[in-house]
Design a protein. Structure first.
Length: 420
């Protein structure tokens, strides 16, 4: 059980951190201030700041997040009129603001806030604790930091550093970068898998199961599949994906035997897999150790995984069911099974989860990266930024939907895996 828990934490953590690093990297390149890059969730355990970003490790070792200046999910009004804060000045300009009772600032002075603007005019106005009669207005440095209530110290977020201040194409790229990183990770993992395995698959048959559709159609060991229904089969992955999409459908197979091209017909049997029917013909492939096929395998395996997930999404839309979805509980249970098969199985599983995370995040649902890209597209069409209240309302509606869906999926997973 401990092995499963550790594997789950590592796998889930890698997927989310790689995803968030995509947003982080391109936000930095676009001049957007990334205030925090967190590994884990919940209360903070450790923090350090470098190049304007605070890096934190948090107590729950699952996932992570990126806080960008200006984005609704990162910007909270933490300083309000009537609050008493501690400020540190240098040459008359505020360089640090402390909202936490967990931290003491050397040279700090308590100020009761009357007004504050850390976005446009960059000032804090109020009364000193030892002089409640004189109203002072203090300029705040562009690079000043705020120590939040939990002790996390991040830079302030002036308007020019906001996500919304970046150009439209930059914002779209930032939104796409998370899923893009997941796709890159998938290719890298499959590449490592290809070179770690004794060999990679080809379209030449190693074995044909007795009484299978392939055997009935006359296919034999050593035959090389060339085409299925007239479409060239360039890899075992493409062949597998093609056959899976043809359960109980008469299929024409062109193959090469002893230098001669032959054609036969067969009907893949229907097998239930992941809540939907897929075709199988009862064959296994030969493998090769050559360099180029190994590299090709990584890209083809990624393409196959994307195709399978796309079809799964189509199937979900055509007939929605919670049993077709899986959350952290399902990932944990699958990790439990996969971890018993060894390291390479875990690598393959992580690659599949990575491409799954990337594609699911591209769904045009507000709150997901795909929903944000949809808003970017709308802005491009109307040629002006959407009203903030509209974008916020749409995003909050999407987040609420995703939250309810996650609760429902998690509850369904618990029932499926622990009570049935």
């Amino acid at each position: 059980m401990m092995t499963t828990i550790i594997t789950f934490i590592i796998v889930f953590g890698i997927l989310v951190i790689v995803h968030e690093f995509g947003h982080f990297y391109f936000a930095k390149k676009a001049g957007v201030r990334v205030r925090e890059f967190a590994i884990g969730m919940g209360p903070k355990l450790f923090q350090t700041r470098r190049n304007g970003t605070t890096y934190t490790i948090r107590v729950l070792p699952v996932g992570g997040y990126v806080r960008m200046a200006g984005r609704a999910e990162a910007e909270e009004e933490t300083i309000r009129p009537g609050m008493t804060i501690v400020v540190v000045q240098q040459d008359g300009v505020v360089t640090r603001l402390n909202l936490s009772d967990q931290t003491e600032l050397v040279g700090g002075r308590a100020l009761t806030v009357n007004r504050v603007d850390l976005v446009d005019d960059m000032f804090v106005e109020g009364y000193w604790a030892d002089d409640d009669q004189t109203l002072v207005k203090l300029p705040v440095d562009h690079e000043a930091s705020v120590i939040e209530a939990d002790g996390t110290e991040v830079l302030v977020a002036p308007r020019d550093t906001h996500f919304e201040s970046a150009k439209l194409w930059q914002r779209a790229l930032i939104n796409f970068a998370g899923p893009m990183n997941n796709f890159i990770l998938t290719v890298v993992l499959f590449m490592g898998l290809a070179f770690a395995m004794p060999g990679v698959t080809t379209t030449t048959l190693q074995d044909v199961a007795q009484n299978s559709p392939a055997a009935t159609a006359g296919l034999k060991k050593g035959d090389t599949i060339e085409k299925i229904n007239g479409v060239k089969m360039s890899s075992w992955q493409k062949m597998q994906t093609t056959i899976q999409a043809l359960p109980k459908e008469q299929t024409t197979v062109t193959y090469e035997r002893n230098g001669q091209s032959k054609t036969t017909t067969l009907t893949p049997k229907a097998v239930k897999n992941g809540g939907m029917l897929v075709g199988q013909i009862g064959v296994t492939p030969t493998t090769t150790k050559a360099f180029v096929p190994r590299v090709q395998y990584a890209f083809r395996a990624t393409g196959q995984a994307m195709t399978q997930i796309f079809r799964a999404i189509q199937n979900l839309i055509q007939g929605f069911s919670l049993n077709k979805l899986g959350g952290p509980v399902a990932i944990y249970k699958n990790t439990e099974q996969v971890s018993s098969y060894g390291f390479l199985a875990i690598v393959s599983f992580t690659a599949l989860l990575s491409v799954n995370l990337g594609m699911m995040n591209l769904l045009p649902i507000p709150g997901l990266d795909g929903g944000k890209l949809l808003l970017n597209a709308v802005e491009a069409v109307v040629r002006r930024p959407l009203p903030e209240r509209v974008e916020t309302a749409v995003t909050l509606a999407g987040v609420a939907f995703l939250f309810v869906l996650m609760i429902a999926v998690t509850g369904n997973d618990i029932i499926r895996y622990f009570f049935k």
